[in-house]
Design a protein around this ligand. Sequence first.
Ligand SMILES: C=CC1=C(C)c2cc3[nH]c(cc4nc(cc5[nH]c(cc1n2)c(C)c5CCC(=O)O)C(CCC(=O)O)=C4C)c(C)c3C=C
Ligand SMILES: [Fe+2]
Ligand SMILES: [Fe+2]
Length: 336
Amino acid sequence: MSTAVILMNLGTPAEPTAPAVRKFLRDFLSDPRVVEIPRLVWLPILHGIILPLRPRKIAPAYAEIWNSGLDGAPVEGAPLLYYTRRQAELLQESLAEKRPDIRVDYAMTYGAPQLEDVVERLQREGFDSFMVFPLYPQYSATTTGSIYDQVARIYRSNRNIPNISVVHNYYQHPLYVKALANSVREHRQKHGVADKLLLSFHGIPKANVDKGDPYYQQCRETAEHLAAELGLEEDQWQLCFQSRFGKAEWLQPYTDKTLIEWGKKGVGSVDVICPAFAADCLETIEEIAEENRANFIEAGGGEYRYIPTLNLRQDHIEMLAEIVEEKLPAARKHTG
Ligand SMILES: C=CC1=C(C)c2cc3[nH]c(cc4nc(cc5[nH]c(cc1n2)c(C)c5CCC(=O)O)C(CCC(=O)O)=C4C)c(C)c3C=C
Ligand SMILES: [Fe+2]
Ligand SMILES: [Fe+2]
């Protein structure tokens, strides 16, 4: 049996242009896992309002982060795609000694490379066992759930179904919490300790959680684990949700409103970390490191410092390697 691990993230436009952003958003926002509004209501809004307008607004933001990550970090093309490809390369190197039998590749839920194409290519090369590894520490039907749908599609279109497992979540993994804590500690060594640590997770509609999505609970626990690991008191940290989209209520408290409130109260300094993202991307570089900095400072806040996501940190790659080794024990069973 030859096994391949496929790292996955959400996807990003092919180019920082309005047509490419439109194509990406059409694919992404047509997924009923992402927007659960009935199709008859949602598709006219998507095609009549969002796709004609949003790409023109968002493309310049993508142009700003293209070929440059946080603070001009060396990146080729879109940061999310670049970091995911490099994570796959570094994970391959990290596994080389202990598990030279495992191939590491990557795919995106929306845009390229598509999971189905990657699996097909690897099957042609002789791989018959796959571990799909969504780089979402917390499970949500809107993200991880779509990846399960894509795996189900591969099952449906195959007679000889490949052996595929999916990593459901890893928010409780001790090495994940340790890597987050290390990133905060290293940041503090360089910049000092801020008055507050804001943990900003990507939001989802509140109704999804009311209907049973476990994402909120997993974010809460992640925040509590990290606060405990850092020895923070209740008033030193806050859990928040960012990137609200549309008119419905999303998970609260909202990141932008919290930072404005803190600015008005004259909070002297804040560190912001985004634990739900495995790589810096538009939602962190543009929305958190830039837009929300302006929100806080314009409202009267003092210093604002963004702590990069785990990206290519060695402890992040080692965490991925550890999860792969735990889930793919070298001693093979005699079934499946
Ligand atoms: C419309 C609803 C959305 C839900 C639900 C949602 C959940 C969700 N998203 C991420 C991570 C990422 N989101 C990214 C971009 C992005 N997300 C939405 C909307 C929803 N996300 C939009 C419309 C966009 C595109 C940008 C924009 O138009 O604002 C990205 C990629 C960013 C990039 O660099 O390309 C990531 C990653 C999570 C983790 C999540 C739920 C848990
Ligand atoms: Fe999103
Ligand atoms: Fe956004």
